[in-house]
Structures are given as C-alpha cells and as structure tokens.
Design a protein around this ligand. Structure first.
Ligand SMILES: Cc1cc2nc3c(=O)[nH]c(=O)nc-3n(C[C@H](O)[C@H](O)[C@H](O)COP(=O)(O)OP(=O)(O)OC[C@H]3O[C@@H](n4cnc5c(N)ncnc54)[C@H](O)[C@@H]3O)c2cc1C
Length: 493
C-alpha cells in the first residue's frame, strides 16, 4: 500500500445496510454533511439501471453479494452491497409484538414509542400485504389447510398487536422489485449534495474522538489503498457481525479475548460480541405431487410466484403469557432451478429464543473470518428445543389437512427425536444482539438507549447488533426502525 487518501465529514456512517442507509439518508435529508462508507458496491439509484437482476427480483434470495461467514455446517449469509441484507433478503415485512419492545425497558423503545416510527417505516419501505388473488396454488391451499386446522385467518400479520393467526404475508415488494433501504432512503437524497457514498471500502478500525482535534477517525482500505476519514460523529451500522468485529479490531472489547486475537485493548467493554442470538428453525417436508407441480409450472409461467407467501403465528406449550412464540411458514419453489424444486417445506422457528452465543475476531485482519458461535439450542432448560418440537407438531397437523394432503406426496426430513432436531437445526437469517443496549448496571451493555457506545464520545451504533432481545419478527423492518430512531436522536428530535 503506497498512499493514504484523507477525507472528512461531519457524520460518517459505516455500513450502508438496512439501518445504515436509513441513518445516512435521514441525516442527508436534514442537510447534514454525510459520508457513507460501504464494503460492497454501490449500484447507484434504481432508475440508473445498474442493479444486478438477482438483487432486484424479489422471488428468490440472492446469493451473489455475500460475506461468506460460516462455522461448522452453518453458513451465516450477510450481504456485502449497498442496501445490506435488505438488498438480498426475503422481503418479508414484520414488526413483532409491542410487548417485545416493552420488555426491553429502555427509554424511547417501548411499544408506544416505536409505533409511530413503524408507521413511517411501512410507508417508506412500501410495505403491503399480498392480496388473496395473488396467492400461488400452494399457498392458497395452505390458507385453506390452516382454516381447516382451526387457525384464525388474518390480514393483519404486520401489526404490533397481532397474536396467533395465519395469513398472507406482508412484504416490501414493489411490482416484482425487492424494495431495499438504498431505494427507499438513499435514492431520494443522492442528488441533493449532502450525501457522499464511498463504496468498496472496508473499514478496518476506528479511533474515538481525540482530545486535541475533537474528531473521531475511521481507517479503511479501498482498492488496496489506505483511507483515513475524520468525523465529528461516527455511526457504526456494519451489522451484527461487522460492528462488533470493527470494535474488537479497534481494541474495544474484552481484553483477554482481544489479546488472543493479537489486538491490544484500548477500552474495556465486555459485552462486545456477546449476546449473539437468532431464531432457531427446523422444518417438516413433503414431496410435490404431479398435480401441484402442474399448477406451479402454470402459475410461474404466467405471473409472479414468490416461494414464501403465508405465515402462521402460534403458541407452543411454553407460551405461558399467551403470546405467540412460533412462526410456522410454508415454502414452495417457484422455478425449476430452486433448491426447493419438487419439494415443499413447512419451516418452524422459535421466535423467543433463550440460547446465546458470541462473536470474536480471530485476527486483526479486516478480511479474516471472525469466530461465530451461535450456540443454538444451548439454553440449559431446553426451552428453545421444546418450542421447536411443538412447532413441528403444528407443521405436521397443517400438512395433514385435506387441502394440503391432496396435493402433496411422501414426507422427507422427518425430525421426530430431540437428537434429530439438534442435528438439523437451522437459522432464520435473523442474528442480533452483539452490541446490546442496556442500563448502566448491565455489565454486558455496549450502548445506552440512544445507541451511544459506553465510555467513548462520538461513537453511536445503529443496526440490529443493539437489540437486547430479538423481536418476535423477521428483523429487517426492526433494523429500518432502528435507523429512524437513531437518526432522530442524532438530529436532536
Ligand atoms: C438471506 C437473508 C434473508 C432474510 N430475509 C428476511 C426477510 O424476509 N425479512 C426480514 O425482515 N428480514 C430478513 N432477513 C434479515 C434482515 O435482512 C437483517 O436482519 C437486516 O437486514 C440487518 O440489518 P443491519 O443494518 O443490521 O445489517 P446489514 O443490512 O447486514 O448491513 C450491514 C452493512 O455493513 C456493511 N459492512 C459490514 N462490515 C463492514 C466494514 N468492515 N466496512 C464497511 N462496511 C461494512 C455490509 O456490507 C452491509 O452493507 C434476512 C437476512 C438474510 C441474510
């Protein structure tokens, strides 16, 4: 590396994903000077036509822009592109239950506080529910089967007060386009002169505000050259794996663990990387009958046929508070290249998991894989496992209803023992919690309730790493809401 490029901005946002694009967009909209630093490419405004098809087409998950995080038999998909995971995800829009937020006990995050933020988010992300006539043949049968199994059929799944029910999903899909946060929040301010985007730049480490200059500093690498950026305020939005890794490379974390990775501690903060959790998931499977295959081929040839369209919220035997702790959602291939072709899955996810894992960097190299240990189903009381076991029973009940039994074939992947569930547990793509918010007395709190890093001036975290406990919801809209909430704080609202 030969030269160092030097830049400065009032606000530097690291990571242009589901939360970071929102923070950057909102600050720029308010006339602030913003530099958004993103490791992946920025394809510019949607109208420019440079976006790769697979990132825009909402029918299937895109796999082309990934960080390739992995551990053992698991892969932990995370997008490396402007828009972050909102640019490659399932585009299912969910907000969880208001009691999720009340339970955090944090100022400005109670159900009543996030409700108006979500109203804005739903509008900006163009969220809508699928109409009954849009249901593909498999999902139409799932709705009938759910009704016949006794579920309440609902049209309000994306609602802070909705409980047990089954219905068509709400999505942030416009036409056939996955409406990511770059389209929703960056495109409107790209021409305004307040936002600069530095793409293909990986942030290596940061320095907190210096007492002499009053500025924080970001050290990055772009095309093999070093970049140094000075900032009044630094917002870390590099995601659940990226944000704690940047902090740890900067010497912020648990000293012994940093030393093991070859990094000298500069600020002791024990929660960095701790508290990692996701919704654990397992599935019941069936082969597709020739009748259903014919219907699917016909529907795919004539229209938009997403793999996921329906979802049930359900209570396991552990839901003693009467609130749903399970998502039950069928999936069915829309085209012949899908891995799901010829099969359907009914996924069940425990949306109130108690198991906690952690992330630690293994070296100071920003391109090196961190060590990710999700510790799925490790909670000592076996709560997560019990919820999944109950969920599988509900999935089987659904599959045995006449409208589905008539169009499905042989079972496969029968996980009928605890060992089988443990051996096959998957995740729902919703990791959170590695830099959690909390009160002063919480030894593992990394941030306060405004996302401010404990003990260091001028650094704010805004992404799903700050969630103390995961929502009973897919985490994209919560990430967008976090962006809105932290941007409002920075703007002094
Ligand atoms: C395959 C998949 C499907 C999903 N489906 C859904 C769904 O249907 N509905 C739903 O609600 N949720 C879904 N999710 C989850 C949801 O998309 C995420 O929870 C959410 O996007 C996380 O937002 P974030 O801002 O915290 O992080 P991200 O969106 O991951 O943003 C982090 C950004 O920071 C960048 N970055 C990281 N490290 C650095 C660095 N060192 N330097 C510079 N930049 C960096 C990344 O490239 C990325 O752009 C899915 C996730 C995946 C992976």
């Amino acid at each position: 590396m030969s030269t160092t490029e030097r830049l400065r901005a009032d606000h530097v946002v690291v990571g242009g994903g589901s939360s970071g694009a929102v923070v950057a967009g909102r600050l720029a909209e308010a006339g602030r000077d913003v530099l958004l630093v993103e490791a992946g490419p920025d394809y510019g405004p949607l109208a420019g036509g440079w976006w790769p098809t697979e990132l825009v087409d909402a029918r299937m998950l895109a796999t082309t822009h990934d960080w390739h995080y992995a551990a053992g038999r698991w892969t932990f998909e995370r997008a490396r592109v402007i828009g972050g995971c909102s640019a490659h995800n399932g585009a299912i829009a969910a907000v969880g239950h208001r009691r999720d937020y009340d339970a955090w006990g944090l100022d400005g995050w109670r159900g009543a506080d996030v409700e108006p933020l979500y109203r804005t988010v739903l509008e900006r992300m163009r969220v809508r529910a699928y109409e009954p006539h849009e249901a593909g043949p498999f999902h139409a049968a799932c709705l009938e089967a759910a009704a016949s199994a006794g579920w309440r059929i609902a049209s309000d799944l994306c609602d802070l007060d909705a409980n047990e029910s089954f219905g068509l999903e709400t999505v942030n899909v416009v036409g056939t386009t996955r409406w990511n946060t770059a389209f929703a929040y960056l495109d409107p301010v790209r021409a305004g002169g307040h936002l600069r985007v530095l793409d293909r730049t990986i942030v290596d480490r940061i320095e907190p505000r210096s007492t002499s200059t009053g500025m924080a500093r970001v050290h990055g690498i772009r095309n093999g050259e070093r970049v140094e950026i000075e900032a009044d305020t630094l917002v870390l939005s590099a995601g659940v794996y990226g944000t704690p890794a940047i902090l740890q490379r900067s010497g912020i974390g648990e000293p012994d663990r940093l030393a093991a990775a070859g990094v000298r501690a500069t600020h002791e903060l024990h929660g960095v990387g701790a508290g990692l959790h996701d919704h654990p998931m397992i599935h019941a499977g069936r082969r597709v009958s020739s009748t259903l295959q014919g219907w699917l081929d016909e529907a795919a040839a004539t229209g938009f046929l997403p793999e996921e369209q329906t979802l049930g919220k359900a209570c396991s035997s552990q839901a003693t508070d009467g609130l749903y702790d399970l998502h039950v959602f069928p999936g069915c291939a829309s085209n012949q290249t899908s891995l799901l072709h010829g099969r359907i899955l009914v996924e069940v996810a425990c949306v109130t998991p108690r198991s906690r894992g952690r992330l630690d960097i293994a070296s100071p190299d920003p391109e090196a894989q961190p060590t990710i240990d999700h510790a799925y189903l490790s909670d000592p009381d076996g709560y997560d496992l019990t919820v999944l076991r109950d969920g599988l029973q509900l999935a089987e009940q659904l599959l045995e209803q006449p409208p589905l039994r008539a169009i499905l074939g042989e079972p496969f992947d029968v996980f009928d023992t605890d060992e089988a569930i443990r051996a096959n547990v998957a995740h729902y793509y919703h990791p959170v919690g590695t830099c959690r918010m909390g009160h002063d007395g919480d030894p593992l709190a990394v941030c306060d309730a405004d996302g401010r890093l404990r003990g260091l001036e001028g650094i704010v975290v805004a992404d799903v790493s700050i969630l103390p406990t995961i929502t009973r919801a897919n985490t994209n809209l919560p990430a967008v809401m976090i962006g809105e909430r932290i941007a409002a704080t920075l703007l002094g609202a």
